[in-house]
Design a protein around this ligand. Structure first.
Ligand code: PEP
Length: 250
């Protein structure tokens, strides 16, 4: 099945009003590559301004709460994200799994809440260096995916994507080898098909972890890689657009 390449920037806790110029530059530049789906996941406080600045370009969040509303001080619901103009959200990023101690169950609830509200969802999974070195990466990440995946009856997989992000590769300059990425993505594809039947083949699987202009082409050429979730190299159009271009060239 041909899946469109999906390249998404995750700005993490970076970005002030002055950086909306970069959002504009990225959105303008991405138009040259209509064969690639491109989006930016911004700090929540920038979302509405970014949507006004680039109304035709998908802007997303980096997290969403699982509840529709209520006594959850400091959190933001999927309906609020939609209201601000967001069309997607990341859930289960390893930085949140670590810093906010998010469990697989919580990540599943967040994914389900996002989908139910009409958002697209990028669900992140990935192993630590210890697990990789012990030779248990594949079964560990499969189990993490099984436990975090939204249930089939919640309308997946049309708006769901998975980001395989080895924790040891995030922000470190270390990149998983194309062979290891392909092996993991094939193993995750098996779990998606087990969960959703044929529909599991529609779910895009991105790689994330120190993707940049120099390594993107090789990563995108690997089997079963449908795009990338990009942190540091998504902060400027100068660094991000060559990655989008590499996706277009595969
Ligand atoms: C990420 O934030 O999801 C990520 C992969 O970061 P980086 O590209 O900086 O490693």
């Amino acid at each position: 099945m041909a899946r469109r390449k999906y390249v998404v920037g995750n700005w993490k806790m970076h970005g002030l009003a002055a950086d909306l110029a970069e959002v504009r530059a990225i959105a303008d530049g991405a138009r040259a590559f209509p064969e690639v789906d491109v989006a930016l996941c911004l700090p929540v406080i920038l979302i509405e301004r970014a949507v006004r600045a680039v109304p035709d370009f998908p802007i997303g969040a980096q997290d969403v709460h699982f509840a529709e509303k209520g006594a959850h001080t400091g959190n933001v619901s999927a309906a609020m994200l939609r209201d601000a103009g967001a069309t997607l959200t990341i859930v289960g990023h390893s930085e949140r799994r670590q810093d906010q101690r998010e469990s697989d169950e919580e990540v599943r609830s967040k994914a389900e809440a996002g989908l139910a509200a009409g958002l697209s969802v990028i669900l992140c999974v990935g192993e630590s260096l210890d697990i990789r070195e012990a030779g248990h990466a594949v079964e560990t990440v499969q189990a993490q995916l099984d436990a975090s995946l939204p249930r089939a009856e919640t309308g997946v997989p049309a708006r769901l994507a998975i980001a395989y992000e080895p924790i040891w590769a995030i922000g470190t300059g270390e990149v998983a080898s194309p062979a290891d990425i392909s092996e993991m993505h094939s193993a995750l594809r098996e779990r998606l098909v087990a969960a959703y039947g044929d529909g599991g083949n529609e779910v895009r699987i991105q790689y994330g972890g120190s993707v940049n202009a120099s390594n993107a082409a090789e990563i995108f050429a690997a089997d079963n890689v449908d795009g990338a979730l990009v942190g540091g190299a998504s902060l400027t159009s100068e660094k991000f657009l060559p990655i989008v271009e590499a996706a277009a060239r595969v």
